[in-house]
Design a protein around this ligand. Sequence first.
Ligand code: GLN
Length: 188
Amino acid sequence: MVIAVLAVQGAFAEHEQMLERLGVPYVELRKKEDLLQKYDGIILPGGESTVQGKLLKELDMFDTLKQQIENGIPVLATCAGLILLADKIENDEREYFKTLPVTVKRNAYGRQLGSFYTEQELTGIGVIPMTFIRAPYITDVGEGVEILAEENGHIVAVRGKNQLAMSFHPELDHDERIHKYFVDMISA
Ligand code: GLN
């Protein structure tokens, strides 16, 4: 198994460290040719969705990545990655892959609650640490999307078929269970 980590901007190195700890080989997606490699899953890291979206288009990676996701490759998306997958961003006109039928709100916690830590239950795993950094949350889910976790009444983790997406940053805490869950999703 090889996992591809989108590495154009944001917190990709932390995901790579997680994969190293799990002993899972990975490749980086930095340019168009990298998308021709053989890999079994994709991680879309947190960062700045507007910057990532712009770079993916400029680097001519956008359409191929969208195609791979639509074709069913397993995807783990965190924070900005969730925004890239969302069908709709309720407070922004921009749109990206639109492969996951959810509506998200960017920077949904406002300025004061820009960053915070909590621990909540995630279906199928148990109570896990959740670090939020200027995070979005999900305000609506469409057909076929399972809600996996909520925080204070807000949806913060979902699974829609091949796509596992969350508002928070599991790569920043010392708990490998989300990445392990993703690896199991790929193996299944
Ligand atoms: N606020 C960022 C955005 O809108 C997401 C933040 C993050 O990925 N930590 O893209």
